[in-house]
Design a protein around this ligand. Structure first.
Ligand SMILES: *[C@@H]1O[C@H](CO)[C@@H](O)[C@H](O)[C@H]1NC(C)=O
Ligand SMILES: *[C@@H]1O[C@H](CO)[C@@H](O)[C@H](O)[C@H]1NC(C)=O
Length: 358
């Protein structure tokens, strides 16, 4: 078969891919015995300025286990790539069915694909969707050229698969470079840019309702109402800080500190639960959230929140500390990727994440 849907686009609504965070979704179960090969190509820093000949090294992984005629490329998004996506899962199965070579590309400014020494501001001018799509176009042209394994893929059909932001990218690739991209599989690609995006948490809520219970949502709601009430007084705010083990006491008079607590303590914790859930894990969380041996709903919520891997060792609650962390221009700083935020094309992709504040 070749992809019957090659003139259309397959859009799925919900997958582990609807990212709020800047890490690769967990790799699929391994099916291949092959170890993908790491490769690098020189790509142009600025695809839209003919006189600018600077390049940087873009990383990719490659598995030619099924390679005959075609190419499937897993498109990396705002994360560091790992070989696991080329040894099992959707793209691997697509490659098997279509006798395709399998590649995984790393997005500029993420992982080890670093156009500059650091992430200081002038360099971030090159972190745009359009440049990243042009990187992919250059990559496809290279793999189909005689310079790659003697032109082995000269006549290949090319399918892209991507999720979340990379799901949007593959859609845009098919539209912008139809001569290079025959099919695009967009998994949870947020195509409709929106500044305030409540629909994200609505999906999280629905998942908790359908895989947990209505009671679970009620319990969370009661816990949240109690937390909001407690944050109304200094004593109450101290209580919340202790219950949720915040890294420093919440200053309830500082709206940005309160927002920081809600983001790292509550929103991200539930987002992680649903986004990366394996079967049974949401029900398990709800068993704790519904724990009727703990009568205070805020305490119940806090017990569960503080047991989660993403809230260790403490819940961040000081906005100014986060601004400092996000100003660190080292690629190796823990917030390097979230600082870069989503690449912005005319700024539509700036999210609620802490964008660089100057
Ligand atoms: C319910 O809370 C009690 C007391 O904190 C605890 O021992 C128990 O493990 C909890 N049960 C669940 C399902 O979390
Ligand atoms: C920035 O992050 C790097 C890597 O984690 C760290 O070594 C460095 O000390 C940080 N710089 C500052 C100014 O905090």
């Amino acid at each position: 078969m070749w992809f019957q849907a090659s003139s259309g686009l397959l859009l799925l609504l919900l997958s582990p891919c609807l990212a709020v965070q800047f890490r690769e979704p967990p790799a699929p179960t391994r099916q291949s015995t092959r170890t993908p090969v790491e490769g690098w190509i020189d790509v142009r820093l600025n695809h839209f300025m003919a006189s600018d000949t600077q390049t940087f090294k873009m990383r990719y992984y490659y598995n030619d286990e099924f390679a005959a005629d075609n190419i499937v490329i897993v498109v990396g998004g705002e994360w560091q790539i790992t070989p696991g996506y080329l040894t099992g899962g959707l793209a691997y199965e697509l490659a098997e069915k279509s006798r395709a070579a399998l590649f995984y590309t790393e997005h500029r400014f993420y992982g080890l694909t670093r156009p500059f020494e650091d992430t200081s501001l002038p360099g971030l001018a090159y972190l745009t969707v359009d440049q990243a799509l042009a990187d992919l176009a250059q990559f496809i042209e290279y793999v189909k050229s005689d310079n790659f394994e003697n032109g082995r893929y000269r006549n290949a059909k090319v399918a892209l698969e991507g999720c979340s932001y990379a799901g949007s990218m593959v859609t845009w690739m098919r539209l912008a470079y139809p001569h290079l991209v025959d099919a695009a599989f967009s998994d949870s690609g947020p195509l409709y840019a929106q500044e305030d995006f409540p629909e994200y948490l609505e999906v999280i809520t629905e998942a908790i309702r359908s895989q947990g219970s209505e009671e679970c949502l009620t319990s969370i709601q009661q816990g949240m109402e109690r937390v909001v009430e407690l944050l109304g007084t200094t004593n109450g705010a101290n209580q919340v800080s202790q219950m949720f083990r915040t890294c420093s006491p919440i200053d309830a008079s500082n709206a940005l500190d309160v927002a920081t607590f809600f983001w790292y303590g509550i929103t991200e914790t539930f987002a992680y639960l649903v986004q990366y859930a394996r079967p049974g894990q949401i029900a398990q969380a709800c068993a704790a959230l519904n724990n009727n041996t703990v009568s205070d709903p805020a305490q119940r919520l806090a017990d569960w929140i503080t047991s989660r891997p993403t809230t260790q060792p403490c819940v961040k609650s000081k906005y100014s500390d986060e601004v400092t962390n996000h100003r660190n221009t080292s690629f190796d700083s823990s917030d390097a990727t979230s600082k870069s935020s989503f690449p912005s094309s005319r700024n539509v992709y700036r999210t609620k994440h802490f964008a660089r504040i100057t």
